[in-house]
Design a protein around this ligand. Sequence first.
Ligand SMILES: [Zn+2]
Length: 414
Amino acid sequence: MSSQYIGHLKQCQICSNNKLELILDLGHQPIVQNYLTKEQLHEPETTYPLNLVRCGDCGLLQLNYIVDPRFVFPRNYPYRTGLTNMLIRNFHELADQLEKKYNLQTKDLIIDIGSNDGTLLKGFKDKGMRVLGIEPTDAAKDANTHGIPTLQTYLNATAVKNALKKYGPARIVAATNVFAHINNVPELMHNIKNLLDDNGIFISESQYIMDIVEKLEFDTIYHEHLRFYGLKPLAKLFNLHHMSLVDAERIEAAGGSIRVFAKKGRHPMSVRAKKLLAAEVRAGLYNSKTLREWGARIHQAKRDLVALLITCKKTGGRMVGIGSPARSNTLLGFTHIDGTFLDYAGEKNGSPKIGLYTPGTHILVVDEKKLYKEQPEFALILSWHIGAELIKIFRKNNYKGKFILPLPHPKIIE
Ligand SMILES: [Zn+2]
């Protein structure tokens, strides 16, 4: 792994331009998945700079500090796709769409990069297609146990060689929620191209910069997400690597994402992708003044949220968190919302985070049943991007307190 892509970056990750402009400084933050045991609370905790910068040439918004991926995605990485209902629905829909759109046959091979527990591939396997996952964390073990063949490794030249030797080239290579996570972009593109057959389709899903800007979703910025894609820098990226961005659509996953289709060689861009690109330009996503104003709105949102929580706490009510997704640790860390405000955060039964403490802010994660039993007066929805869904579930389960939605504008829901 080249050290050129670890630590403080002075060049754009896509086009190597060195005109990088600071858009948002979120302070130094720990790795969002580094939940701590009670014992670890007595030890020092490592934090890293978390800055969003903009490339003056291709317009890519990106981090300018890359943490060694071995620390960001350790083998015991706790996230499991199969625990998130919205992602399960999204992946079923994706498998159906691809089967129709590309007339997939049972002989076709589908490779998923960063396949986690195999949730996406299961949809294709159920349709009778050949599938292969590539996944560095122990989620690979879960996938293999459930009959989804998975190589437990980072995507690298050896993994590509092994996959090709045993399975041949792929009709589809998917990278959902991982295409913005891998640090060495030229090597990544090289590996993807080698996995694809000549008419193969590369499909990525990444959080979309349009949603992040529109909805003030700065909490999706953490050290796992190295790049925040719009179609303009993506088109340039594929072009630089002799591929073409052929189609794109907005999807709901992860608070608003972009699903992008690319092929080897030179091909035209679809009408709907061109329209999205034009909308990005109109929204000012490639304009540094618009983006700096967006940064200022985030600072204001932080002050407004803290002010609201202080007002609530003054009533004497107890306050807890709902959910403890990775992204909430950027929200909590940047706003300094810690045990001063939240007694604990409730996660769904079965979450590996239960019994541990949030990185940086040290809030205990408990089974959400505690919340139903104790009925705290205020519940801050940390998974606010699926807030409406959570409010329904918590009301159905008889939670009687008030909900607080932190973003884009903090508000109380009675
Ligand atoms: Zn660039």
